[in-house]
Design a protein around this ligand. Structure first.
Ligand code: S3P
Length: 183
């Protein structure tokens, strides 16, 4: 069933730190409201036939952010309604947070977790993530995440809605997002 809260195309954007389940929640939400789903990281990997880690390596951190920005602009130009999950850093570069928050077709949700839960969720999979692969213990990871999240919060807080996520199941998060969309 399509949500009929606006007549024009709707782009429901999920942002938040690495490990906050943007892809899982985005996919579940898209299925439930019958919207197409775009995961920006997956879109980038497919476009460039390279993993995110290897894009970071071959283009450098700033080169990666430029590629990411271009990919997001392309997706936003698509005419249809959709759910889009961003990479954790996407809204923190090139005014992307303001551009998205002020875009007439875009509804932004911030999936917000505490640094403690994020570091628990990220520890086992950190080796595939270029920004945290070097952190050897969960304590070091939590320290890094707390500082990094603090630096990024001013961008994440520009979302139209914040969904507090600690201890909630995916189903619950989808319900909360749908409730916001129906307001
Ligand atoms: C990044 C998050 C990653 C990916 C890249 C950089 C970040 O996406 O885009 O490794 O800067 O937080 P996910 O948040 O989907 O893991």
């Amino acid at each position: 069933m399509h949500i009929e809260f606006l007549s024009m195309a709707n782009k429901i954007v999920l942002w938040g730190y690495m490990g906050s389940g943007k892809s899982t929640v985005g996919q579940a939400l898209a299925t439930q409201i019958d919207y197409p789903f775009v995961d920006l990281d997956t879109h980038l990997e497919e476009e460039h036939s390279q993993s995110i880690a290897s894009l970071f390596q071959s283009h450098g951190a700033i080169g990666f952010r430029k590629i990411e920005q271009e990919a997001l602009q392309q997706v936003l130009k698509m005419k249809s309604s959709m759910v889009i999950s961003l990479g954790g850093g996407t809204p923190c570069y090139f005014d992307q947070a303001d551009i998205l928050a002020q875009h007439p077709e875009v509804h932004v949700f911030y999936l917000k977790y505490s640094p403690k839960v994020l570091s628990e969720r990220l520890f086992q999979e950190r080796l595939t993530r270029p920004l945290i692969a070097h952190l050897e213990t969960q304590e070091l990871l939590e320290e890094f995440v707390a500082k990094h999240l603090f630096e990024r919060s001013s961008f994440y807080d520009k979302a139209h809605h914040t969904v507090v996520c600690d201890q909630k199941a995916v189903e619950q998060l989808v319900l909360e997002i749908k409730a916001f969309l129906h307001q």
